[in-house]
Design a protein around this ligand. Sequence first.
Ligand SMILES: Cc1ncc(COP(=O)(O)O)c(C=O)c1O
Length: 348
Amino acid sequence: MHDIVDLRSDTLTLPTPEMREAMARAEVGDDVWEEDPTVQRLEALAAQRMGQAAGLFVASGTMGNLVSVVSHTRGGDEVVLDLDSHIFNYEVGGSAVIGGVQMRPVTTARGFLTAEQVREALRPANIHLPRTGLVCLENTHNRHGGTCCTPEEIAAVTEAAHGAGVPVHLDGARLFNAAVALDRPAADFTRAVDSVTFCVSKGLGAPVGSVVCGAREFIGRARRVRKMVGGGMRQAGVLAAAGIVALERMVDRLAEDHANARRLAGALARRPGLHVDLATVQTNIVIVRVERPDAAAATQALVRGCAERKVKVHAMGPAAIRCVTHKDVDQEDIDRAVDAFGELTARW
Ligand SMILES: Cc1ncc(COP(=O)(O)O)c(C=O)c1O
Protein backbone atom coordinates (compact mmCIF):
# COMPACT_ATOMS: atom_id res chain seq x y z
CA MET A 1 0.00 0.00 0.00
CA HIS A 2 1.25 3.49 -0.86
CA ASP A 3 0.35 6.85 0.64
CA ILE A 4 -0.83 8.17 -2.73
CA VAL A 5 -2.42 5.88 -5.31
CA ASP A 6 -1.17 7.34 -8.57
CA LEU A 7 -3.09 5.94 -11.52
CA ARG A 8 -2.43 8.82 -13.92
CA SER A 9 0.19 6.97 -15.96
CA ASP A 10 2.73 4.15 -15.91
CA THR A 11 5.36 6.79 -16.74
CA LEU A 12 5.19 7.74 -13.04
CA THR A 13 6.87 4.49 -11.96
CA LEU A 14 10.00 4.99 -9.87
CA PRO A 15 13.24 3.08 -10.51
CA THR A 16 13.71 -0.02 -8.36
CA PRO A 17 16.61 -0.31 -5.87
CA GLU A 18 18.20 -2.82 -8.27
CA MET A 19 18.04 -0.24 -11.05
CA ARG A 20 19.63 2.44 -8.88
CA GLU A 21 22.37 0.01 -7.93
CA ALA A 22 22.99 -0.91 -11.60
CA MET A 23 23.03 2.79 -12.53
CA ALA A 24 25.60 3.58 -9.86
CA ARG A 25 27.87 0.76 -11.00
CA ALA A 26 27.41 1.17 -14.77
CA GLU A 27 30.50 1.03 -16.92
CA VAL A 28 30.27 4.05 -19.24
CA GLY A 29 31.92 5.83 -22.17
CA ASP A 30 30.98 8.43 -24.78
CA ASP A 31 27.99 6.98 -26.61
CA VAL A 32 28.18 9.46 -29.52
CA TRP A 33 31.60 7.90 -30.15
CA GLU A 34 29.89 4.51 -29.76
CA GLU A 35 32.07 3.78 -26.75
CA ASP A 36 29.53 3.19 -24.00
CA PRO A 37 29.55 -0.54 -23.22
CA THR A 38 26.35 -0.42 -21.14
CA VAL A 39 24.38 1.33 -23.90
CA GLN A 40 25.71 -1.25 -26.34
CA ARG A 41 24.61 -4.05 -24.04
CA LEU A 42 21.08 -2.62 -23.79
CA GLU A 43 20.90 -2.12 -27.56
CA ALA A 44 22.02 -5.69 -28.25
CA LEU A 45 19.61 -7.11 -25.67
CA ALA A 46 16.73 -5.05 -27.07
CA ALA A 47 17.49 -6.09 -30.66
CA GLN A 48 17.56 -9.73 -29.61
CA ARG A 49 14.20 -9.43 -27.79
CA MET A 50 12.70 -7.76 -30.89
CA GLY A 51 14.12 -10.28 -33.37
CA GLN A 52 15.90 -7.43 -35.15
CA ALA A 53 19.56 -6.93 -36.11
CA ALA A 54 20.38 -3.75 -34.16
CA GLY A 55 19.12 -1.29 -31.57
CA LEU A 56 19.51 2.41 -30.76
CA PHE A 57 18.97 3.86 -27.28
CA VAL A 58 16.95 7.09 -27.41
CA ALA A 59 15.74 9.57 -24.82
CA SER A 60 12.02 8.86 -25.14
CA GLY A 61 9.28 7.09 -27.07
CA THR A 62 8.61 10.34 -28.91
CA MET A 63 12.24 10.56 -30.01
CA GLY A 64 12.21 6.90 -31.06
CA ASN A 65 9.15 7.43 -33.24
CA LEU A 66 10.54 10.68 -34.66
CA VAL A 67 13.90 9.25 -35.68
CA SER A 68 12.15 6.19 -37.12
CA VAL A 69 9.68 8.18 -39.23
CA VAL A 70 12.39 10.54 -40.45
CA SER A 71 14.82 7.69 -41.21
CA HIS A 72 12.25 5.79 -43.28
CA THR A 73 10.90 8.73 -45.32
CA ARG A 74 11.85 11.80 -47.31
CA GLY A 75 10.19 15.23 -47.32
CA GLY A 76 6.74 15.25 -48.93
CA ASP A 77 6.09 11.56 -48.24
CA GLU A 78 2.82 10.48 -46.71
CA VAL A 79 2.64 8.39 -43.52
CA VAL A 80 -0.42 6.15 -43.10
CA LEU A 81 -1.49 5.68 -39.47
CA ASP A 82 -4.49 5.37 -37.17
CA LEU A 83 -6.43 8.57 -36.40
CA ASP A 84 -6.10 7.98 -32.63
CA SER A 85 -2.42 7.06 -32.75
CA HIS A 86 0.10 8.61 -30.38
CA ILE A 87 2.32 9.71 -33.28
CA PHE A 88 -0.53 11.64 -34.90
CA ASN A 89 -1.96 13.14 -31.71
CA TYR A 90 0.69 13.58 -29.05
CA GLU A 91 4.11 14.07 -30.62
CA VAL A 92 3.82 17.79 -31.31
CA GLY A 93 3.75 17.25 -35.08
CA GLY A 94 7.50 16.57 -34.92
CA SER A 95 7.62 14.33 -37.99
CA ALA A 96 6.04 17.12 -40.05
CA VAL A 97 8.46 19.73 -38.70
CA ILE A 98 11.68 17.71 -38.84
CA GLY A 99 10.84 15.21 -41.59
CA GLY A 100 8.51 17.31 -43.75
CA VAL A 101 6.10 14.38 -44.04
CA GLN A 102 2.34 14.54 -44.38
CA MET A 103 0.16 12.40 -42.14
CA ARG A 104 -2.68 10.30 -43.55
CA PRO A 105 -4.79 9.41 -40.49
CA VAL A 106 -7.29 6.58 -41.00
CA THR A 107 -10.30 5.89 -38.76
CA THR A 108 -10.06 2.34 -37.42
CA ALA A 109 -12.36 0.15 -35.33
CA ARG A 110 -9.94 -0.70 -32.48
CA GLY A 111 -6.97 1.53 -33.19
CA PHE A 112 -5.42 -1.00 -35.55
CA LEU A 113 -5.20 -0.56 -39.29
CA THR A 114 -6.26 -3.64 -41.23
CA ALA A 115 -4.42 -4.90 -44.31
CA GLU A 116 -7.45 -3.83 -46.35
CA GLN A 117 -7.29 -0.27 -45.00
CA VAL A 118 -3.58 -0.09 -45.74
CA ARG A 119 -4.14 -1.24 -49.34
CA GLU A 120 -6.85 1.42 -49.74
CA ALA A 121 -4.64 4.17 -48.31
CA LEU A 122 -1.53 3.41 -50.40
CA ARG A 123 -1.01 6.05 -53.09
CA PRO A 124 -0.63 4.91 -56.67
CA ALA A 125 2.22 6.38 -58.73
CA ASN A 126 0.82 9.64 -60.12
CA ILE A 127 2.47 13.03 -60.62
CA HIS A 128 -0.23 14.73 -58.52
CA LEU A 129 0.03 12.53 -55.47
CA PRO A 130 2.38 12.29 -52.51
CA ARG A 131 4.39 9.09 -52.24
CA THR A 132 3.34 6.72 -49.45
CA GLY A 133 6.55 6.53 -47.44
CA LEU A 134 5.59 4.61 -44.31
CA VAL A 135 2.84 2.82 -42.41
CA CYS A 136 2.81 3.18 -38.61
CA LEU A 137 1.12 0.85 -36.12
CA GLU A 138 0.74 1.14 -32.34
CA ASN A 139 0.63 -1.80 -29.91
CA THR A 140 -0.67 -1.64 -27.23
CA HIS A 141 -2.93 1.21 -28.26
CA ASN A 142 -2.90 4.07 -25.77
CA ARG A 143 -6.06 6.04 -26.67
CA HIS A 144 -8.06 2.87 -27.17
CA GLY A 145 -7.25 1.80 -23.61
CA GLY A 146 -4.26 -0.52 -23.86
CA THR A 147 -5.81 -2.83 -26.43
CA CYS A 148 -3.58 -5.38 -28.18
CA CYS A 149 -3.34 -6.50 -31.76
CA THR A 150 -1.91 -9.92 -32.54
CA PRO A 151 1.33 -10.80 -34.33
CA GLU A 152 -0.82 -12.17 -37.15
CA GLU A 153 -2.64 -8.83 -37.58
CA ILE A 154 0.73 -7.04 -37.70
CA ALA A 155 2.06 -9.56 -40.23
CA ALA A 156 -0.99 -9.04 -42.47
CA VAL A 157 -0.56 -5.24 -42.46
CA THR A 158 3.17 -5.59 -43.06
CA GLU A 159 2.59 -7.90 -46.01
CA ALA A 160 0.17 -5.38 -47.55
CA ALA A 161 2.63 -2.50 -47.09
CA HIS A 162 5.65 -4.45 -48.27
CA GLY A 163 3.68 -5.53 -51.34
CA ALA A 164 3.85 -1.86 -52.38
CA GLY A 165 7.47 -1.42 -51.22
CA VAL A 166 6.39 0.61 -48.16
CA PRO A 167 8.11 -0.01 -44.79
CA VAL A 168 6.26 -0.41 -41.48
CA HIS A 169 7.15 1.17 -38.13
CA LEU A 170 5.62 -0.13 -34.90
CA ASP A 171 5.16 2.26 -32.00
CA GLY A 172 5.51 -0.41 -29.34
CA ALA A 173 5.81 1.95 -26.36
CA ARG A 174 3.98 -0.75 -24.35
CA LEU A 175 4.78 -3.72 -26.56
CA PHE A 176 5.74 -5.92 -23.62
CA ASN A 177 2.27 -5.41 -22.14
CA ALA A 178 0.84 -6.90 -25.36
CA ALA A 179 3.35 -9.76 -25.30
CA VAL A 180 2.49 -10.63 -21.69
CA ALA A 181 -1.28 -10.23 -22.20
CA LEU A 182 -1.35 -12.47 -25.27
CA ASP A 183 1.36 -14.78 -23.88
CA ARG A 184 3.52 -14.51 -26.98
CA PRO A 185 7.24 -13.71 -27.26
CA ALA A 186 7.78 -10.00 -28.00
CA ALA A 187 9.68 -10.89 -31.18
CA ASP A 188 6.52 -12.47 -32.65
CA PHE A 189 5.07 -8.94 -32.87
CA THR A 190 8.16 -7.27 -34.24
CA ARG A 191 10.06 -9.66 -36.51
CA ALA A 192 8.14 -8.65 -39.64
CA VAL A 193 8.21 -4.86 -39.18
CA ASP A 194 11.01 -2.61 -40.43
CA SER A 195 11.41 -0.79 -37.13
CA VAL A 196 9.99 -0.78 -33.64
CA THR A 197 10.28 1.60 -30.69
CA PHE A 198 9.59 0.32 -27.20
CA CYS A 199 9.89 2.19 -23.89
CA VAL A 200 11.73 1.04 -20.80
CA SER A 201 10.40 4.11 -18.96
CA LYS A 202 6.74 3.09 -18.69
CA GLY A 203 5.47 -0.14 -17.10
CA LEU A 204 8.99 -1.58 -17.07
CA GLY A 205 9.95 1.06 -14.51
CA ALA A 206 13.24 2.51 -15.79
CA PRO A 207 13.59 6.26 -15.25
CA VAL A 208 14.41 7.24 -18.85
CA GLY A 209 14.57 5.85 -22.33
CA SER A 210 13.33 3.84 -25.25
CA VAL A 211 15.04 1.63 -27.80
CA VAL A 212 14.53 1.69 -31.56
CA CYS A 213 15.27 -1.64 -33.25
CA GLY A 214 15.59 -2.53 -36.92
CA ALA A 215 18.03 -3.58 -39.63
CA ARG A 216 21.66 -2.52 -39.19
CA GLU A 217 21.57 -0.09 -42.11
CA PHE A 218 18.34 1.50 -40.83
CA ILE A 219 19.79 1.92 -37.34
CA GLY A 220 22.82 3.65 -38.91
CA ARG A 221 20.48 6.22 -40.47
CA ALA A 222 18.48 6.53 -37.25
CA ARG A 223 21.72 7.21 -35.35
CA ARG A 224 22.38 10.22 -37.60
CA VAL A 225 18.83 11.55 -37.13
CA ARG A 226 19.10 11.04 -33.36
CA LYS A 227 22.24 13.21 -33.44
CA MET A 228 20.44 15.82 -35.57
CA VAL A 229 17.64 16.22 -33.03
CA GLY A 230 20.11 16.54 -30.16
CA GLY A 231 19.65 13.01 -28.87
CA GLY A 232 23.32 12.03 -28.93
CA MET A 233 23.85 11.44 -25.22
CA ARG A 234 27.31 10.94 -23.77
CA GLN A 235 27.76 8.65 -20.70
CA ALA A 236 24.24 7.36 -21.27
CA GLY A 237 25.15 3.97 -19.84
CA VAL A 238 24.04 5.36 -16.47
CA LEU A 239 20.51 5.36 -17.92
CA ALA A 240 20.85 2.26 -20.08
CA ALA A 241 21.84 0.23 -17.00
CA ALA A 242 18.32 0.70 -15.61
CA GLY A 243 16.91 -0.28 -19.01
CA ILE A 244 18.78 -3.58 -18.85
CA VAL A 245 17.26 -4.33 -15.43
CA ALA A 246 13.85 -3.36 -16.87
CA LEU A 247 14.19 -5.87 -19.71
CA GLU A 248 15.63 -8.65 -17.60
CA ARG A 249 13.49 -8.33 -14.46
CA MET A 250 10.36 -6.31 -15.06
CA VAL A 251 8.60 -7.91 -18.01
CA ASP A 252 6.88 -10.95 -16.46
CA ARG A 253 5.44 -8.95 -13.57
CA LEU A 254 3.35 -6.85 -16.00
CA ALA A 255 0.75 -9.64 -15.58
CA GLU A 256 0.10 -8.26 -12.05
CA ASP A 257 -0.66 -4.82 -13.50
CA HIS A 258 -3.10 -6.41 -15.94
CA ALA A 259 -4.86 -8.30 -13.13
CA ASN A 260 -5.11 -5.05 -11.12
CA ALA A 261 -6.56 -3.25 -14.15
CA ARG A 262 -9.22 -5.96 -14.53
CA ARG A 263 -10.04 -5.74 -10.80
CA LEU A 264 -10.44 -1.96 -11.02
CA ALA A 265 -12.41 -2.11 -14.28
CA GLY A 266 -14.78 -4.77 -13.00
CA ALA A 267 -15.59 -2.76 -9.86
CA LEU A 268 -15.99 0.59 -11.64
CA ALA A 269 -18.20 -0.93 -14.35
CA ARG A 270 -20.75 -1.71 -11.61
CA ARG A 271 -21.00 1.92 -10.44
CA PRO A 272 -24.00 4.00 -11.56
CA GLY A 273 -23.12 6.65 -14.14
CA LEU A 274 -19.80 5.03 -15.04
CA HIS A 275 -19.22 2.86 -18.09
CA VAL A 276 -16.18 0.68 -18.73
CA ASP A 277 -15.95 -1.42 -21.86
CA LEU A 278 -14.46 -4.50 -20.22
CA ALA A 279 -13.53 -6.05 -23.56
CA THR A 280 -10.94 -3.30 -24.02
CA VAL A 281 -9.28 -3.91 -20.65
CA GLN A 282 -6.62 -6.24 -22.02
CA THR A 283 -3.55 -4.75 -20.36
CA ASN A 284 -2.88 -1.97 -17.82
CA ILE A 285 -5.19 0.84 -18.96
CA VAL A 286 -8.79 1.39 -17.87
CA ILE A 287 -10.89 4.07 -19.55
CA VAL A 288 -13.91 5.06 -17.49
CA ARG A 289 -16.65 6.93 -19.35
CA VAL A 290 -18.87 9.22 -17.32
CA GLU A 291 -22.43 8.87 -18.55
CA ARG A 292 -24.56 11.60 -16.99
CA PRO A 293 -26.28 14.70 -18.35
CA ASP A 294 -23.65 16.84 -16.56
CA ALA A 295 -20.79 14.57 -17.70
CA ALA A 296 -18.09 17.25 -18.05
CA ALA A 297 -18.68 18.74 -14.60
CA ALA A 298 -19.11 15.26 -13.06
CA THR A 299 -15.80 14.13 -14.59
CA GLN A 300 -13.96 17.11 -13.11
CA ALA A 301 -15.65 16.50 -9.74
CA LEU A 302 -14.58 12.85 -9.81
CA VAL A 303 -10.95 13.69 -10.59
CA ARG A 304 -10.93 16.31 -7.80
CA GLY A 305 -12.75 14.06 -5.34
CA CYS A 306 -10.36 11.19 -6.00
CA ALA A 307 -7.36 13.51 -5.46
CA GLU A 308 -8.84 14.61 -2.12
CA ARG A 309 -8.89 10.89 -1.21
CA LYS A 310 -5.23 10.54 -2.29
CA VAL A 311 -6.13 8.76 -5.52
CA LYS A 312 -4.79 10.47 -8.63
CA VAL A 313 -6.52 9.80 -11.96
CA HIS A 314 -6.33 11.55 -15.30
CA ALA A 315 -9.21 13.29 -17.09
CA MET A 316 -9.05 12.17 -20.70
CA GLY A 317 -11.35 14.42 -22.67
CA PRO A 318 -14.51 16.00 -21.25
CA ALA A 319 -16.28 12.81 -20.10
CA ALA A 320 -13.65 10.13 -19.62
CA ILE A 321 -11.08 9.25 -16.98
CA ARG A 322 -8.00 7.15 -17.59
CA CYS A 323 -6.53 4.91 -14.91
CA VAL A 324 -3.22 3.13 -15.57
CA THR A 325 -1.93 0.35 -13.33
CA HIS A 326 1.78 -0.21 -12.80
CA LYS A 327 4.38 -1.61 -10.43
CA ASP A 328 3.92 1.17 -7.84
CA VAL A 329 0.21 0.39 -7.40
CA ASP A 330 -0.74 -2.79 -5.53
CA GLN A 331 -4.04 -4.57 -4.97
CA GLU A 332 -4.82 -2.64 -1.77
CA ASP A 333 -4.25 0.59 -3.67
CA ILE A 334 -6.73 -0.60 -6.28
CA ASP A 335 -9.29 -1.24 -3.55
CA ARG A 336 -8.72 2.27 -2.20
CA ALA A 337 -9.33 3.67 -5.69
CA VAL A 338 -12.54 1.61 -5.97
CA ASP A 339 -13.67 2.96 -2.57
CA ALA A 340 -12.97 6.54 -3.67
CA PHE A 341 -15.05 6.16 -6.84
CA GLY A 342 -17.69 4.35 -4.76
CA GLU A 343 -18.06 7.23 -2.28
CA LEU A 344 -18.13 9.82 -5.05
CA THR A 345 -20.83 8.05 -7.07
CA ALA A 346 -22.87 6.81 -4.07
CA ARG A 347 -25.64 9.33 -4.64
CA TRP A 348 -25.59 9.34 -8.46
C1 LIG B 1 1.76 4.67 -27.54
C2 LIG B 1 2.79 5.67 -27.13
N1 LIG B 1 3.77 5.99 -27.97
C3 LIG B 1 4.72 6.87 -27.66
C4 LIG B 1 4.73 7.49 -26.44
C5 LIG B 1 5.79 8.52 -26.14
O1 LIG B 1 6.66 8.16 -25.15
P1 LIG B 1 7.48 9.28 -24.33
O2 LIG B 1 6.54 9.84 -23.34
O3 LIG B 1 8.61 8.50 -23.73
O4 LIG B 1 7.95 10.28 -25.31
C6 LIG B 1 3.72 7.20 -25.51
C7 LIG B 1 3.71 7.87 -24.19
O5 LIG B 1 2.78 7.76 -23.41
C8 LIG B 1 2.72 6.27 -25.87
O6 LIG B 1 1.71 5.99 -25.04
